[in-house]
Ligand binder design. Structure first.
Ligand code: MG
Length: 389
């Protein structure tokens, strides 16, 4: 088999909401389609991939460097012993002539391609991706149900406290038990009122996580930690700059609420340094690496394995990104859960159109690959037209 074409485009993810650090009015992401000459079920195998929210499209890197490398490679050099696309071999080609370090926007471009390659692998094997991950990286074991929570509770100029309560009630009515809201973008007393409004409907602090999106500094994070200590919240996400490991270590000594971070670390060594130096507590804190941003699921799996070696339970991982990819990894590697975006970042956020959430749990899709075809708006309006060039 061979790759016959790779298409890429920039798609909008715009929204009026904001968190403590950025607004999303001009947010974009990169989408890629890798077309092959392999046929399954009478149709050509096409792998689809895209980034998650928050980091913008990377069309220049894809068009000028990464895609030409894949297309110029000898077709057989990209294949495994079965004659299927090999994610590791593809990655080696994509990363040729890229220096170590400086893991910035290149990571998201590589991530989109790696997602698409894995989607194609699942389709070539005619298996949902969680089963492929389970077979390759987890002795065939997987979870049939995965804990899932909605990322929401954004600052919205028109919503107010009643709107926040209504949003959270909507999540409960939709079958979620754990939910998450933004903090750090208002004065602390105002944020405590927002937390209490969400707690009115969350059914206890353990059902509510808060996320300050690295928008506050250490003294302010310590103030938040103190103000929130009695709520018994599920976690305090991205309290500090993601690379401030010493700051996390200091916060961890004084923060009763579990700390969650990792979504803005994009390389294996960044993840390893977090685990070495950030003072995170293996019995309570959370690791939230983003599989579409950290050079793709291939590197995400390496991060999980490295955390294994450093004594972390896989149940302390909850991948960021709010997409089907995180759900497959959570199921196939038996992680602690994953995020979803049922209301925002459409049509990319959230799971398949028929997905049922009950008691905060969801089953991964059974369609081959990632299952992006089970999201009609995404497939019909973005992916299918892209694959046709
Ligand atoms: Mg976050």
């Amino acid at each position: 088999m061979r790759i016959t074409a790779i298409h890429e485009t920039t798609a909008a993810l715009s929204s009026t909401m904001r968190n403590a650090t950025i607004d999303f009015s001009k947010m974009t992401l990169s989408v890629v389609a890798i077309v092959t000459d392999a046929v399954r079920d009478g149709r050509p195998v096409i792998g689809y991939g895209f980034n998650s929210n928050g980091r913008y499209a990377q069309g220049g890197v894809l068009r000028e460097r990464l895609i030409p490398r894949l297309l110029e490679a000898a077709p057989d050099s990209l294949l495994d012993a079965e004659g299927h696309l090999d994610p590791a071999r593809c990655r080696a080609v994509v990363m040729k002539n890229e220096k170590p370090g400086g893991h910035g926007e290149r990571a998201f471009a590589v991530g989109a391609l790696d997602c698409a390659i894995w989607d194609a692998v699942g389709k070539l094997e005619e298996k949902p991706l969680y089963r492929v991950f389970a077979e390759r990286f987890n002795d065939g074991q997987f979870d049939a149900q995965v804990p899932v929570y909605p990322g929401g509770g954004y600052y919205d100029p028109i919503k107010g406290l009643d709107g926040l309560r209504a949003e959270m009630q909507g999540y409960r009515d939709a079958g979620y038990t754990l939910m998450k809201m933004k903090i750090g973008g208002a004065a602390i007393p105002d944020d405590m009122k927002r937390i209490e409004a969400a707690l009115d409907v969350a059914g206890g602090g353990a059902n509510l996580a808060v996320d300050s999106n690295a928008g506050i500094n250490l003294p302010t994070a310590l103030e938040y930690a103190g103000a929130m200590a009695d709520y018994g919240l599920a976690w305090f996400e991205e309290p500090l700059d993601p690379l401030d490991y010493a700051g996390h270590a200091e916060l961890a000594t004084a923060c009763a609420t579990p700390i969650a971070t990792g979504e803005n670390l994009f390389s294996l060594i960044d993840a390893e340094n977090l685990l070495r130096y950030a003072g995170l507590r293996r019995d309570k804190d959370w690791l939230q690496f983003d599989p579409s941003l950290c050079y793709g699921p291939s590197v995400f799996v390496e991060m999980v394995k490295r955390a294994d070696e450093m004594g972390w339970s896989r149940k302390r991982h909850g991948p960021h990104g709010g997409q089907q990819l995180g759900l497959h990894l959570a199921a196939g590697l038996q992680l602690g859960g994953t995020e979803t975006y049922p209301l925002v970042f459409q049509p990319f956020g959230g799971f398949g159109d028929d997905t049922q959430i009950a008691d905060g749990l969801v089953a991964p899709p059974e369609a081959p690959g990632i299952g992006v075809e089970t999201k009609a708006e995404l497939y019909n309006n973005v992916l299918k037209p892209l694959s046709e060039g």
